[in-house]
Structures are given as C-alpha cells and as structure tokens.
Design a protein around this ligand. Structure first.
Ligand SMILES: Nc1ncnc2c1ncn2[C@@H]1O[C@H](COP(=O)(O)OP(=O)(O)OP(=O)(O)O)[C@@H](O)[C@H]1O
Length: 544
C-alpha cells in the first residue's frame, strides 16, 4: 500500500501514450529476448537516423517527465502502470541513456523524500502548536521544541546547559519556551507575548547562553533591558544560575557601575540594565555596544511607553551590529506598541501563547465593591480576619498611599512591609528578599514590583487601588498563579472606578471568571488609562 502511494506520487503527471508506442508494447509482450533480438537486428540494417530520432525523443521525454514528476500534479494508478512499461522499454532500447534515466529517477526520489519529510515536519509543528496554544505569524517559522533534549540533538546545545535546566527542576519547556527558543536560535527576531509566570525569562536567556562565547574579552555580546531595577537584579540572578559551570561575565548595571565603571577594561558578556542607566553609560562613559549580538527588551510594552521611547531609541542605535538579533517579551502587547516596535525589527516572528493580553486561568479573580476609601480599609481588615494566607501582595497607586496603608497595617498584628520608589536600592531589595524568605507576610507595593517579579507561591494579590489599565491589572495579578500554581486576585472598586470597571471585567471574562451581568452591561471605555484622585487612606488623622 505504502509502495503504491509512493510510486503514485513519484510518477505523478507521467502519461503513457499506448497508441503511439503500440509497436513497442507488442514487442515487449513477446518477452525480453524478442525485444533484444528485434532491437539488435534492426539497428545496423534499418535507418540509423530513426534510432537517433528516437534517442532524442526519449531524452526529451525523460526531461519532460522529470519536470512533471517533480511538480507532482497527478496520481492515477494507470499512469503509474504506463510509466513502468515505458521505463522497461526505454532501459532496453536506449542503452546509453539508462544511466541518465537512473540518475533522474534517483533525483526524483530524493526530491519526493525531502518534500515528504518537510510535510511531516510541518504537520508535527502544527500539532504541537495546537496542543500548547501557540500562535505564530511570520515566514518559515522553526518548529516548536518537543522537549529540552531536542536542543542537544537538533541545535547542538552544550549538555552543561541542558544539565542546568534539570538541576533547576525544569523538565519540560513551557509553551513560550517551545517556540521562542528555536526561533531565536535560528537567527530570527521575535515578538513574544505569553501569560505572566509562563517562563519568558528562560526563553530569552537560553538562546543567548547557547550562542555567545563565554569569557570573550572584546565587549558586551548581549544586552537585556528591564523596566525596573528589581527585575534587572532578578534576571541577572536567573542568568547566573542558568550559566553555572561556564565562565560567563554576567553583569547587572548598578548605579555605581553606570556612573563610575571603566567600561573599556570591563569584561562583560551579558549586561542586564534598566534603560536610563544603560543610556547614561553609553552617552557619558563611552560604553561600547557595537558588538552586541542579542538585544532583549523584557516587559517591552512598558519600555515603549511614553517617557522611555527616546532612551530605547538611543540604546537601539548604540547596538549597531548589523547582524544583531532583537527580541521583545511581555505578557501584554497592545497593538499600538507592537506597531511601534515593528519599526526596529527585521522579519520578526510573532509568537503568542494563549490569548493576547489575558490572565492565567489558574488565578481566581474577584471584583469587590467597597463603596468608599474607608470602605476599602474595612473590607481589607475583614478579609484578613477571615483568612490570611501569606504571602500576600497589596497594590496601591502611589508611594504616598503605600506609606499611608503601611502605617495603618502596622497597628494590626501582621508582618507587613512596604516597597516604593522613595526607598533606596538596598531597602527595596531587602523588602523583596524578606517576602521571598517568608519573613514578611504582607507586602504593600506600588507598580515597582508589578511587572516580572517572580515571588514563589504568592497566594493572593489585592488591588487595594483599582489598576490604571487592563495591562497593569494583568501584570499585578500575575505575581500569583505562576509556573502552574493557583492563586487569587481581589480587586476593590469604588464609585469613582465604575466607569473603568468594564475594561478589567473583560480580562476576567476572557480567563473564564464570573462577572455580574450589570458590569457586563456597562459601556466600553475607549480611554485606556484610569487615574483617580482618591481620599487619603489614613483613619489616623480622624482619631487625633
Ligand atoms: N520549563 C520550566 N519548567 C518549570 N518551571 C519553569 C520553567 N521555566 C521557568 N520556570 C519557572 O517559572 C517561574 C516564572 O518564570 P518567569 O519569571 O520567567 O515568568 P515570566 O513569563 O517572565 O512572567 P512575567 O510576565 O510575570 O515576567 C519562575 O519561577 C521560573 O523559575
């Protein structure tokens, strides 16, 4: 059966003209000896010119057939049968052409084999993408990974790197890793959008560690840009863990480094930084980025927000290596930002996991009407009294409000701490470390830790102040429900927040959470941002 199929495909398009070759068929039917005899006796006596003609015709036909077969435009079985007959004759009658016909046949077989292999590969890739909810756009996108071992077998990855993955407990690639890693390894630029906590960091670190040489002393080879210092510090740590066993120079751009390092003598393979610090080092301290081979913009939509665009533009220009590979990663990628980002990309592949701009379904999301500012504080205390399942993150909209709420909760019996931009670098890092170590149960925060921060096992995120956009909401609540764990997200709203409720409710709906029908009936708001002047949180003044 398989043979029939193969020959049908092989000889597709060949048509044997039985009428024209009736004499040959008659000879062939008499058996091989008759055919040989006939040919031998006819050759010297009859016209040699007719023999030449036949050869020419045969050659032309073989050529024509080769072309048709390569195109593979038919598959009827009688056509296959006809070709077999013709082939037998040709081999006997045109002795010196047999080699050529044989070569043509082998070439055809190879073409078909390759085509079949490519078809199987495309089918396998499509099945994997469907299974892992991966959506791509772009030309010739490499197939997703089936497993991490494929990095060794197909991409010649050093086994130490795959060994480090298993030491970190990573057994299977996450969907974004399956598609983004081979894309970057194939030298393609990439827009990647995948839910919070889905392993995007490894997806961009792995190809860098695979492709650049460790310990080279001729300049920075990879730059990773993050919107906050905390995220840059976390990414540097992750990179070092993954690179363990090889002497990579991996550096975090601290304030000291950006203002006083001697970049000409500094050994650095991979540099992780916030945009302003990096730009400062480039403009004021002659940091040379002209040999950078990989530029990653993590939380790219944040980096492209107003205020950062010029700095990003300046960094992109400083990374002037023509063969640089740029990639953009985020859990949210608004169309407008994607359009802007496309202007700096070349033939980029777009990889979306799940639905663009959505929250992980493992997070149980709730909207709670708290009426007023006082109502929020009562609701918070009530919620803690009923059940406190640390670690808990509470987001507010400004550093002033973070300080106010911290003062309020300091009177309660909670191990609470606070993080905001007025704290120095060390204080901010301590706040993060204490939550990670379980010393802090409740961390009150502004947007500084809303994106990218990976706290293991945050059980609940409370949006004390309503988030200013759907993207901000997705990133905040994404601090829980990471790497396949479940989580909870509670969002308080007041009368002032009602006009913007629908935008957030859409995120809940798209991740399968329940939303009251009156909220669904609210009009959609064109405005993307929602900033409210709120009454102070503090009840302390009232008591004075
Ligand atoms: N293949 C894997 N298997 C298991 N865990 C993984 C794997 N890859 C990454 N992780 C873990 O998943 C967690 C989340 O990863 P990461 O911080 O990269 O998420 P992210 O997609 O960048 O999230 P965010 O959008 O919030 O920045 C981390 O703790 C990381 O160690």
């Amino acid at each position: 059966m398989e043979k029939v199929k193969l020959s049908a495909a092989l000889f597709a398009g060949t048509h044997f003209d039985r009428k024209r070759f009736s004499a040959d068929i008659a000879r062939f039917r008499q058996g091989p000896s008759a055919a040989t005899h006939d040919a031998a006796s006819a050759a010297p006596s009859s016209a040699p010119s007719s023999e030449k003609k036949r050869k020419r015709k045969s050659k032309a036909k073989a050529k024509k057939n080769k072309k048709r077969r390569a195109e593979g435009d038919a598959s009827a079985s009688d056509v296959v049968e006809g070709f077999s007959v013709f082939k037998g004759l040709a081999a006997k009658k045109v002795g010196e052409d047999s080699e050529e016909v044989e070569t043509a046949k082998n070439e055809d077989l190879e073409v078909v084999r390759r085509r079949k292999r490519a078809e199987r590969e495309i089918e396998r890739a499509a099945i994997l993408r469907k299974r892992f909810d991966i959506h791509i756009s772009g030309q010739n996108v490499p197939a997703p990974l089936e497993n991490f071992e494929e990095l060794v077998s197909s991409y010649r990855c050093d086994s130490y790197l795959v060994g480090n993955l298993s030491k970190l407990g990573f057994q299977e690639p996450t969907p974004i890793q399956r598609q983004a890693i081979p894309t970057l390894l194939s030298g393609r630029e990439c827009f990647a959008c995948a839910p919070t906590g889905s392993g995007k960091t490894l997806a961009f670190l792995f190809p860098i560690l695979m492709k650049i040489k460790p310990g080279s002393k001729d300049g920075v080879k990879a730059v990773i840009l993050c919107p906050t210092r905390e995220l840059a510090a976390q990414t540097t740590r992750e990179c070092k863990k993954l690179a363990k066993g090889r002497k990579f120079y991996i550096k975090l751009m601290t304030k000291d480094l950006s203002t006083s390092a001697n970049f000409k003598d500094m050994h650095c393979d991979i540099l992780v930084s916030t945009p302003l610090r990096l730009d400062h080092a480039v403009q004021k301290r002659d940091l040379d980025l002209s040999r950078v081979e990989y530029l990653v913009l993590d939380e790219s939509d944040k980096l492209f927000e107003l205020g950062f665009v010029e700095v990003i533009d300046s960094i992109v220009k400083a990374c002037s290596n023509p063969s640089i590979i740029r990639s953009l990663f985020s859990a949210t990628l608004p169309d407008s930002i994607e359009a802007l980002a496309r202007t700096i990309m070349h033939d980029a592949v777009r990889v979306i996991v799940g639905r663009k701009n959505s929250a992980p379904s493992l997070i149980k999301q709730k909207l709670i009407f708290a009426g007023t500012e006082k109502g929020k504080l009562i609701a918070l205390r009530q919620s803690f009294a009923e059940s406190l399942n640390p670690p808990v993150l509470i987001f507010v909209q400004s550093k002033e409000r973070a300080k106010e709420l911290y003062k309020e909760l300091a009177f309660d019996d909670l191990r609470a701490d606070v993080i905001h931009a007025d704290l120095d670098e060390q204080q901010r890092q301590d706040a993060v470390d204490n939550l990670r170590a379980g010393k802090t149960w409740v961390l009150i925060a502004t947007e500084v830790i809303a994106r990218g921060m990976d706290f293991k096992g945050v059980n609940c995120v409370i949006n004390y102040d309503f988030p200013e956009s759907a993207s901000a909401y997705i990133h905040r609540i994404g601090r829980s429900g990471r790497a396949g764990r479940s989580g909870e997200a509670i969002t308080f709203f007041t009368e002032e927040d009602k006009p913007f409720l629908r935008n957030i409710a859409n995120v809940l709906i798209s991740s399968g959470c329940e939303v009251p029908s009156w909220i669904k009936a609210l009009p959609k708001l064109k405005r993307k941002k929602h900033r409210v002047d709120r009454d102070p949180i503090s009840t302390l003044q009232d008591e004075d």
